[in-house]
Design a protein around this ligand. Sequence first.
Ligand code: TXA
Ligand code: MG
Length: 317
Amino acid sequence: MIGSDSAIAEQWLRKGELVAIPTETVYGLAANAFLEEAVSKIYAVKGRPSFNPLIIHTNSIQKLESWGIELSATALQLARKFWPGPLTLVVPKSSQIPDMVTAGHPSVAIRIPAHPLALALLERLDFPLAAPSANLSGSVSPTTAKHVDEQLGNKIPYILDGGECKVGLESTIISCVHEKPRLLRLGGLSIHEIEAELGFRPEFNILNNENPMAPGMLSRHYAPSSKLVIGNAADYLNIFDSEQLVCIRFFELVAKIPKERQLVLSPNGNLDEAAAALYATIRKADAMKPELIVAEKFPEMGLGLTINDRLRRAQIQ
Ligand code: TXA
Ligand code: MG
């Protein structure tokens, strides 16, 4: 069922059931993080590998502290500046957090999301919500309740509908486990903003297949079922007819491809707007069943960095 009643969502969660929740980044597939049985359903429903840990969500730093989670000075600085918001912090785990949530890691990923309906729900709860993105493992993250419904509607009792996700890309993940903060995943908070707050740029530790410490960073992830490449559509015109391609464009159309086969993310050339439209546009391109989706490379600045990261992972390899 799809609805926008946080009291109904609360009831299902208390019973140990899964509820899809809106956040400003993407929709999450939430369970009571303190109930291992509920958390195990997340892995089952998504087809998620058991080694891939989950982010826990709540609405206040005080609650985190009451569950034994301590934030270092740097973690607190980032939390105070960017929460509620598209930033996940990895910090040492407390014994109250079940091992299943962290996939056995000694650290836990935490976030306060900036979405009024999610916050209204979290405020009612005396437990954190473990929530990965509400899609089947490896596929594109959902940015509307309808996207969730298409993939998971018959597997979960309730989808809390909070409209379209404003940011549209998953949170940026910073590990604060070691003395120096490390960037584990590019995301919806631009690295420039983090750098401006800290006064330095966190070390990049974007992970790959060999080191799945943030396995959302497996190199093939966020993938549509059509093949996708990053490049110039014109380069593919000697292999394919223009009718067999779909282009994902930042703001300008290219020559020699029909207009209706070019999906523009932001007519004004705004990277935040492009980010918000990215996943819905990949789904739309996929639904056109092209031989190939050709996405343009975005400017390597602000959320353009995250967009390029996601496009690279969606690409055929
Ligand atoms: O924006 C988001 O972060 C969304 C919304 C729902 O909050 N959630 C999300 O979750 O993207 P998910 O599960 O799709 O991605 C979580 C990432 C994974 O790459 C996971 O490996 C990493 O966080 N992660 C979780 N716990 C970790 C830990 N203790 N150490 C390192 N990485 C961790
Ligand atoms: Mg995900």
